[in-house]
Design a protein around this ligand. Sequence first.
Ligand SMILES: Nc1ncnc2c1ncn2[C@@H]1O[C@H](COP(=O)(O)OP(=O)(O)O)[C@@H](O)[C@H]1O
Ligand SMILES: [Mg+2]
Length: 362
Amino acid sequence: MKIKLGLLYGGKSAEHKVSLQTAKAVIKALDLTKYEIHPIYISETGEWVRGAQLEGPVEDVSKLQLKEEGKPLSPVALNSEIFPVSANQTNDDKIDVVFPLLHGPNGEDGTVQGLLELLNIPYVGNGVLASAAGMDKVMMKNIYEQAGIKQANYVWYIRSDWEKNAEAAYKNVEETLGYPCFVKPANLGSSVGISKCKDRESLVKAFEEAFEYDRKIIIEEGIDGREVEIAVLGNDDPQCSVVGEIVPKTDFYDYKAKYEDGDTGLIIPADITEEEYAEIKRVAIQSFKALDCSGLVRADFFLTKDGEVLMNEVNTMPGFTPFSMFPMLWQESGLPYSQLIEKLVGLGVERHEEKQKIKYTF
Ligand SMILES: Nc1ncnc2c1ncn2[C@@H]1O[C@H](COP(=O)(O)OP(=O)(O)O)[C@@H](O)[C@H]1O
Ligand SMILES: [Mg+2]
């Protein structure tokens, strides 16, 4: 029996187009003797559409943007056993395991994961808690502080407190962090709304901009270090890849450097010492466990001149095209893209089976 894999992609998100590229690559890499691929497309306005089973790779990504050819889908219909939504729905419609290829809010933040939990369908990647906590930079840093993981000093504000007394907020930033500092919306990715500030004037602008994207923002002291990243894979016994380095050509790794310039250097493996590698691995595993992650995480660090490793952030659904850091790190570690995908599906099923052992009554 083949595994019915529901590929969930698109999404009401700035990363819609990236997600389509990822879906195309994942489809191409899947072994069709083992998997039936069932496309589930989320449009830019948030509608769910289910397409016919795919017979092979898709060349043109616009074909993945199912419009007329797909059936509108109520998300709960993914498990017809639990929610038989219409009389003509059969159990053949049931998906065995879902692979969410979604980034950012409404995909990487625990919302989709919560739906799949309710439906009791196995899915790839992090659960509700890790996804939600990893999406919110303040929550993530609070958890890491409590776990004793070294990171940049930070403060945070909600919009209404800042509106009541902006001057006090700026003063607090200057006194506790100083310049340069980074201002970020708490709940975004892709460097959107992030500014590096060097004085009061840029700080004021940065607060205003970040609050356009979120009601909560975080301000961090600027760290002078190399940006290194490591990929983690597993459930209770996670494993690490080699380390990669990002060399932005701009002042920092901003939106333009990530998506428009395309000439940011990725160095894999990074030129680091054995001790630095050991420390990055140690902290990556610690951060995976502290957030109760499962499946995968890309952990991003700053490595300072004197070899200090400071956590920047974890990404619970990192970029996943074959040219993204996470798959490339595994490729370099001896795990090619297609095997990585199989491994992730297996980990999702394993976590689901583990969960079925839990007693819900007493
Ligand atoms: N505290 C910091 N010190 C130095 N550079 C930073 C700091 N925080 C962020 N950056 C720069 O900004 C980029 C984006 O910030 P990050 O927190 O990783 O946001 P995102 O979730 O959008 O990737 C980083 O890759 C790095 O180049
Ligand atoms: Mg980042």
